[in-house]
Design a protein around this ligand. Sequence first.
Ligand SMILES: [Fe+2]
Length: 532
Amino acid sequence: MTMFHNLFTFLFTLSLQTQITNASFHHHKRRLAKNNNGDPKHGNYCTLTRHWHLSVGDDPSTSMIVSFSSHPKCAKPSAPVGAVLIGKEPNKADFVILEQNDARMYNATYPNKKKGSLYTSDYYHHVTVDGLDPNTRYYYRCVTVPSVLVDNIANEEMEDAERGLRQQHWDMTSTIAADLAERRRRYLKGGEDNDGAPSFVTAPAPGNDSRVKFVIMGDLGERTHSYETVAYLDAHREGINAILLVGDIAYTQNDHDIWDKWFDMLDATSFASEIPLQIATGNHDIEQDVETLDIFVAFENRFLMPQVQPAIIETMKGPIDKSLVDYPLPYDFGNAYYAFTYGPARHIVLSSYSNMDPGSKQYTWLVDQLNEVDRSVTPWLFVSLHCPIYNSFRLHRREPQLLHAKRFLEPLFVSHHVNIVFAGHVHAYMRTKPVIYDEVNDAGPIYVIVGNGGRQANAPYHRDEAEDWVLLRDHAEFGYGVLDIINSTHAFWEWEQTGFNAPEEAGKLGRYEPIEGQSDRGYVQNQFFLKK
Ligand SMILES: [Fe+2]
């Protein structure tokens, strides 16, 4: 077995080097089996999968995390193993990459025991695909393999390897579940020639000065305006490299059917399966279960971010007050906080709900991260966290998450010349001038609120006259920000408006203030090079 395995490894590595430059062998990466054309009737693959979404891997230029859920039918007779079939050409898959960890599923109590039962999730699969080439397009499909067949597939492949057979290609045309293919065909660009296989492009190598573009949105939800935002983004997705969603994702109020609807909303677009979606924790993502008191269960199971280490979540001893969330919650690492480099940009994503005080795990990790940033490699440095440090609105001013961030994080952002700090939470839009400790200063970070993603856009102003550090604020329109990194010294920021409160919606709230033609777009100069 060992000899076969070594032989397989050797041949596989040879083969891999011809297919993927600089690829490193990964034991979860397998050649496609001989005689397996990917036909679902073959019995090896189950193609009933949905909710495909992406996150960058540890190195976004060479790795991507592909996430999806599978139909309960795929789980017979036991939990299936997620697999990604992937290649550089639209209709050919060169490799199958198997899920590195067990498929995940969870139970949750419906709020007020609605329906009198537990919600049970589908199996969620997170497959890390590594050894990719930078700045390269890959086509992929998500399937599952019955766990009892995984070893057989491996053996078959080993036999192939011994014979030195050429790789079989999986013909996607014949294997897509009809409903999924139909839906994908409608939404995917170039559906005629790629026949429903989505694709993604890996990031340019770290330090590469390629032009890259990020969408930053927050507080999306699954409401009328959420669909509007998502449809707008789908129509304007060209050139977007990654999407940051800065918390309050689905607003389920513990009804986890809404998570499925939220992902269904994304399934009806093409961007979610093609552009990595990087998430941050919001208060509506805590979702403390009324029976078990568990927190962040969906947030940890349905997504996988490039982790520092697996999540540490302690059992809560009592219910959390939803209006003024306890600080801190016992949640570290996992999807809570992480960082990644995308070409010329270093992104640090923080958790407003984890401990951020000096000495805490998150603070210690953050200081290390900031100290390691090399601005000659990544001239741009961004932070995302749910609760805003600068807030020109009446709501969310005295919460401990904001106060601790102001006290302990702002000094770090200033001393390390963070370029922009993105937040949501407040259902409005705001951009500050560069600011240091409430004083406008060209060398300071810029603070942006994009909490108008879709759930609501109606936060009242704190004062009629905006603070000196406010560049622009708005609380009647929905939208998201687009950050276009042009070169090491200049970026272009644009607030995309995707919808606005109809008078009847705002009538109830009494806050309808249509702002004709108000927009926010302009160049941002890299403050690191302006530091004094
Ligand atoms: Fe929030």
